[in-house]
Design a protein around this ligand. Sequence first.
Ligand SMILES: [Zn+2]
Length: 461
Amino acid sequence: MNKVDLLVKNGKVYTEAGFRDFDVAVSGEKIAFLAMPGAIENGEKTIDAKGKYVLPGIIDFHTHLRDPGLTHKEDFETGSRAAAAGGVTMVCPQPNCDPVPNTVENYRKEIEAGESKSLVDFNPPASPLLYEEGWVPKLAAEGAAWFKIFQRVASYPYSTAAGTANTAHIFEAFKEIAKTGKYCSIHPCDNYILNYAEEKVRKLGLPFTRENVMSFKSTEEEQVGAAYELYFLAKQAGMKWYALHCRHHTGQVDLVRWAKSEHKIDVIASSEFNWGLFQPSKLYDVKRGEWFEIGSKPPPADRSEKFWAGINDGTIDFVGTDHAPGLREELDPDPTKLFAGSAMHPLLEWYGHLLLNEVNKGTTSLERLVAITSVNGAKIFGFYPRKGAILPGSDADVIICDLEKEWTITSDKVYTKCQINPYHGRKMKGKVTHTILRGEVIMEEDKVIGKPGYGKFVPVY
Ligand SMILES: [Zn+2]
């Protein structure tokens, strides 16, 4: 029998057959075996999970760590520390960093930043927009799990090469990606409708405020109209379509539901919490100890119902935080610079806790939660069974969850570099008490004890 370095005993452990009473034995970085409770007395280190649930570590499929290049907002170390605090053992940082990971050299710069600083494992999606130079197959060969494009947006603050493509370029890139067999996620955006919002506010004689201009941007017509176009282009190119940001808009959830039933295209769909359920209208400035407005309306009451309906009926395969750290000083009072506000929403360090709170509210089941935060995406992108499973031979990435714990989110210790807490003072039921990555406890009872540089790039080919 292998030496048991870590034994997580007496917990209810996630298995594909449901939750079962098992002790989880870890040797080195891997799960060695699952044992009947009490079969082994102790490991080198033993954690008693009595009354708690043991789940696969959360993978955040959509996060922004701003590293390299925008590290005044966040970096691999601060962002991954926040991740560990929130029960996240792996992240997929989006490509709007600088340089954009659109060549092998640039992609490796991001990997190097992660391997020197990250506390958690990672795989950044790559940008395909230098497809004409032949980088798409080379980036696929580097191990990027998928490609990501931001459909052309003139006013987006991070309009680096990651996010400026017109429709013709997107279609050409799709054809190159199709040859690699990888998915491409595209933030849907209709530039014309988006840019008409300011004119519309003036024509209607409304006060020229951020809130009023915002109400005509990111609408169903703008985003879902764009998503229909993307769906068709992906089908024409024979590319696997990753329908990103299926959030409050019924239209996009309906589109995905239909596209999946049509079976003429390989389609997967995700929702991001930044844009749906957890989106706040004001943020807490930890350094100054005060709330401030970001000028966006709180989401309508029926939004979260539609959002969760798509998750619970299986239309939406997996979720991400869209953790978007930014500095309060960068908030531009000019309402035309709208994304500066809505693109500021740190979430990683409260993520797992907030999700358990939703399970307690009856919004979704614990089984579905595990599926959308870990198992489904791990299978889709090829991380499974190394990630997303509690099976012998899998990486020992688990979180221990106390569903009964009642507590209040405070700002005593905030890990994200931007020091903004949208959830300050929120009353919670359910807490991730331990985050374990490849056999190492990296968060225990509110303390992140993981080390920068322990996190590894997890390539998929
Ligand atoms: Zn994002």
